[in-house]
Structures are given as structure tokens and as C-alpha cells.
Design a protein around this ligand. Structure first.
Ligand code: SAM
Ligand code: SF4
Length: 530
């Protein structure tokens, strides 16, 4: 059996897709390696959200082409959003690519690999395109209602095998998808085009997956969806002949104008959260990503306020602080509505931590618009914001309607200015935790020389330099890092390597003694389980 190298670009959704693909292929006997040079199957799970992510993937595909031209027997597969967006055009422009598999078709990947391998041994010349691609195609939105009920991807989610020893840093943390796709159509965004219409998984399947994950050692689940608070499953609609509920297409946005809290035939996001909390008590933490600032009902906040294991952390992107720009983005809310939402959150959950995303340099963004965004940042205690320069994406409304007229130098300057402002705001938010005790789910052993966290162009947080607190550790001490329920990165020392190893994946009570713009530093008080 051949050895596979799988590289993932972009967001958490892609990380989960890759985990599922890996589990599926491993169950069929494929072996995986972290070293592309040792693999004969190279798979790239790609992201199209920004050009930067696409360029990185294209550079890997280029290198694979060089190896093939030098005579290596390699099979190259492009998975995810770039495959869906570029379609068969990618096969023409990059002949080294053997197969394409869109994000909604990942269950078909083993068949595509089989086809490619068989064609290579048969030396039967160029294979028909149908054998090489599994894409939803541009008919996906029309056919989704039907496809959702025949959804094989659901089985991929349900069949997952979680191996805590393989999870990065033995985090005992797992993603669980609750919805796929998106119905929002923000004008800058490719997601509704590449991932299709919003499809909601049946709540029983989600709860069952959480239960299985907990049984295999997972302490924390993060529920994933592009707009998780739009989760809404209507029972009795999408049922198979044997009575099993199937995924169903989400309602239109207008559905969220009416509260359905008490309708027993509907599972809302609030009810789903409550079910997971109450029915899977073995889970120490339940989190969710990403929330859409509008349509976030008080019912969700009430569930969060009364269920202690639901993390008081909200990733709720504002995108801009200018009403004019928000309108061009088709975000569907005003700055005032965003502030009202934050107010509701902090009134009910005063210790909640809020994070977001901002796009700078959206077409026509003026200095005045940018000042309004800075103003929004000053008014909300964001623990962090991922700040992106606008990247025109083929297929979106924005690229067709609005010229990309903010010069790159201005985008860059605004990006840097916002990063500096966010660093000040983040420093104040983190400083507010000094003197308190927090529970930290320990994720990894970190390098003491570089204890500050920072986020890269893809919005991932990594550890870098610049923490203000002084290290008081002894030579033997080993630094650990993890996260609080509010997602605040926290570093502290274990007495030695053995203790550090033993604490990985456990929850530790830490007294906070210092802070920086993106993290807390403290001292261990006790290990509280699980
Ligand atoms: N569904 C989430 C929401 O609506 O907030 C976000 C999903 S999107 C994949 C992640 C982030 O990428 C967005 O919040 C946005 O800030 C950023 N993004 C999306 N399209 C972009 C574009 N064309 N240029 C720059 N940033 C973009
Ligand atoms: Fe993209 Fe908007 Fe959907 Fe988020 S809500 S995935 S930004 S279209």
C-alpha cells in the first residue's frame, strides 16, 4: 500500500476535513508520513478564501510537478476549495495533478485514488476527466436540497476515529462539524461558492459523535460552522425509510427573524448546545466557531450562562467598523447592532472573551471608514482580531462589482496600524486577568525563549516573542501552554519534563501573574482533571 503525505491549508474546517480524510484512508490500509519526500501520494487540502493561501498551495503543486518530471512515480491530488473553484481547468493548467476532490465530495477520495493508480499501471493514456474529479460543480446550490438527504459525507463524520496520541500536542481537543457550507453570501467571500449551500447535520448524529469522541479520550469539542448560530434542524422533514434523520438544507436568512425557542419540532443552536452539554457530561469543554453577529439570540446566551462546561468564548467577526463598508460587504448588520450584541453578551456573561476578524482595504474603503473600524476596536474588548487585507476572489460579487481600488501599500499600512491597535487592546484585556485563577487545558510543551503568541497571515496563533512578565523558573522547569475556557493562551511551568508530559491534555488551575497582548503567564495551583 502506498504512503500518503497530506498537507492542509487554511481554516479549522479544512483541518477537520483532513482529519476525516486521513482516518478514512487509514481504515483502508493507507499509511501516512509527515515527510513529502517519503510519500508516493501527495494530497493538498486547499483553501481559496485569500489569494495568499492559494499561492502557497500552487507552490507545493509546482514542486510536485518537478519531482514527477524527474521521473518519480507520484500521485498528486488537490482537495478542498481550490479544486472546487478551479475545476477541470486546474487539470489543464497543472498536468501533474492526477485528481481533484471538492470539499463536499471527500468520501469519494479513495475511489479517485484507486482510479488514478489503476490508470497509471494500465498505461492506458489520458483518463477521462470523470474518473479524475469529484466536484459538486456550479450546479451545487440547485441540487443541494436533494443531495443533502443522500449525503455520504455524513457517514464520513460519523465514522471518524479519534486518536488522542496523534492529535497535535496530544490536545484531547476535537472539531465537530454541525453545519457545512454557507447561505450568507458576503460579497467578498468564496465559501458559499466552493462549499455550497448551508447543510445542517441531524442533532442525534452530532450528539452521538460527541459521545464517541468523549469515550475515546476527547476533553474538548469545538462545534464548527460558518455561522454556527444559524444551526436549525427541523425534525420530521429529512428522514430515511428506516426513520434515521438525514442532513438538511438550512432555512433562508429570513427564518431567523422569528424566535422558535419553544417549538419541539425544531432543534435550534441553543437547544443543540444544551443537549451536548447535558447528554455528554464527560466533555470538560464545549466551544463553537464561528458566530455571526446578527441572529444571535438570548436563548444561546442563556444556555451559556447556565451550563458551566460551555466555554464563554465567542469568535464573532465584525469585518469592518463602517456602516457604508458593511453594507457593501452585504454583512446584514450595522456597527450599532454589533455593539448592541456585544453589550448583550457582556451583560449576561461578564467574563466572556470576544475575538473577531477584520478586513482592511475593502474596495472604496476611505480613511474615514478605516477610522470607524479603529473606533469599533476601541469600543469592544477584543481579546484578539485576525486582520486580513482584502483579497479579490474570482466568482464573488465584490470582484465583479467593486474595483480593488485601495492600493496595496495603503492596505499594508492599515493592516499594521490595526495590528498595533489590537495589540494595545489585547494587552489591556489580558492584563485584566492578572491576579485571577483560571483553568487551562494543557496543549503543548513550548519554547521558553519565545513565549509570546502571534497570529500569521492565515490567522493561526503561534508562539513568538514579547511577553512582559519575567520568567522565574528554574533551569529544570519546562514551559507548558494551553487555553482558558475563554480561549486565552496561557503559559506556565511544570517542574520537569516528566511532570510536563503527564500534564498534557489535562486541565490545570493556574494563578495569573503576568500578561502580554496575546497571552497570560501564571503559576500552577492544582491539576483539576479530567
Ligand atoms: N464564516 C465566518 C464569518 O462570517 O465570520 C468566516 C469565514 S471566512 C472563511 C474567515 C475570514 O476570512 C472572514 O471572517 C474574513 O475576515 C476573511 N476573508 C474572507 N474572504 C476574504 C477576502 N476575500 N479577503 C480577505 N479576507 C477575507
Ligand atoms: Fe463567507 Fe460571509 Fe459565509 Fe462567513 S458568513 S463564510 S464570510 S459568506
Amino acid at each position: 500500500m502506498r504512503t500518503v503525505y497530506l498537507e492542509t491549508f487554511g481554516c479549522q474546517m479544512n483541518e477537520l476535513d483532513s482529519e476525516l480524510v486521513r482516518g478514512h484512508l487509514e481504515s483502508l490500509g493507507y499509511r501516512f508520513t509527515d515527510d513529502p519526500a517519503r510519500a508516493s501520494i501527495l494530497l493538498y487540502n486547499t483553501c481559496s478564501v485569500r489569494e495568499h493561501a492559494e499561492n502557497k498551495a500552487f507552490s507545493r503543486i509546482g514542486l510536485a510537478g518537478v519531482r514527477k518530471r524527474e521521473g518519480e512515480d507520484l500521485l498528486v491530488g488537490v482537495l478542498g476549495c481550490m479544486a472546487e473553484r478551479d475545476g477541470v481547468d486546474m487539470l489543464r493548467r497543472h498536468p501533474q495533478v492526477d485528481l481533484l476532490c471538492g470539499p463536499g465530495e471527500l468520501d469519494k477520495l479513495p475511489a479517485l485514488i484507486d482510479n488514478a493508480a489503476r490508470a497509471a499501471t494500465a498505461e492506458s493514456g489520458r483518463r477521462p476527466v470523470e474518473d479524475r474529479v469529484a466536484l459538486a460543480g456550479n450546479t451545487s446550490r440547485r441540487t443541494t436540497a436533494l443531495a443533502a438527504t443522500e449525503d455520504d459525507l455524513e457517514s464520513l463524520d460519523l465514522a471518524r476515529v479519534f486518536d488522542p496520541d496523534r492529535a497535535a500536542g496530544r490536545t484531547r481537543s476535537a472539531y465537530v462539524r454541525i453545519t457545512r457550507g454557507c447561505n450568507k453570501f458576503c460579497t467578498y467571500c468564496v465559501v458559499p461558492h466552493t462549499r455550497g449551500a448551508e447543510v445542517h447535520r441531524p442533532p442525534d448524529g452530532i450528539v452521538e459523535e460527541c459521545r464517541r469522541l468523549a469515550a475515546s479520550g476527547v476533553a474538548e469539542v469545538t462545534l464548527l460552522g460558518q455561522t454556527v448560530n444559524h444551526y436549525r434542524y427541523t425534525h420530521g422533514v429529512a428522514v430515511t425509510l428506516d426513520g434515521v434523520e438525514r442532513p438538511q438544507v438550512g432555512p433562508g436568512l429570513s427564518a431567523f427573524r422569528n424566535e422558535v425557542v419553544d417549538d419541539p419540532s425544531v432543534t435550534t443552536f441553543a437547544k443543540l448546545l444544551a443537549r451536548i452539554h447535558d447528554e455528554v457530561p464527560e466533555l470538560a469543554r464545549i466551544r463553537f466557531l464561528t458566530s455571526y453577529p446578527r441572529d444571535f439570540g438570548d436563548d444561546v446566551l442563556d444556555v451559556m450562562a447556565t451550563r458551566p462546561r460551555i466555554c464563554r468564548y465567542l469568535h464573532v467577526p465584525a469585518q469592518s467598523g463602517s456602516n457604508r463598508v458593511l453594507k457593501l460587504m452585504n454583512r446584514g448588520y450595522t456597527v450599532e447592532e454589533y455593539l448592541e450584541f456585544v453589550d448583550r453578551v457582556l451583560t449576561r456573561l461578564p467574563d466572556a472573551c470576544i475575538a473577531g476578524d477584520i478586513i482592511v482595504g475593502f474596495p472604496t474603503e476611505t480613511d474615514e471608514d478605516f477610522e470607524a473600524t479603529k473606533d469599533l476596536l476601541r469600543r469592544v474588548p477584543f481579546k484578539n482580531n485576525y486582520i486580513f487585507k482584502y483579497s479579490p476572489r474570482p466568482g464573488t460579487v465584490a470582484i465583479d462589482r467593486f474595483p480593488d481600488d485601495v492600493p496595496e501599500a495603503v492596505k499594508k499600512a492599515r493592516n499594521n496600524e490595526l495590528l498595533a491597535l489590537q495589540a494595545e487592546i489585547g494587552a489591556a484585556v489580558h492584563a485584566g486577568w492578572v491576579g485571577r485563577e483560571v483553568d487551562v487545558l494543557v496543549e503543548r510543551i513550548t519554547d521558553r525563549k519565545s513565549p509570546e503568541a502571534r497570529s500569521d497571515a492565515d490567522g493561526r496563533v503561534t508562539l513568538g516573542v514579547g511577553l512582559s512578565a519575567t520568567a522565574t523558573a528554574t533551569e529544570a522547569a519546562v514551559q507548558l501552554s494551553g487555553r482558558t475556557p475563554g480561549d486565552l493562551i496561557t503559559v506556565f511551568d511544570a517542574s520537569d519534563r516528566d511532570q510536563a508530559e503527564a500534564l498534557l491534555g489535562t486541565i490545570v488551575r493556574v494563578r495569573i501573574e503576568g500578561s502580554g497582548p496575546l497571552l497570560l503567564r501564571g503559576a500552577m495551583v492544582a491539576s483539576t482533571g479530567p
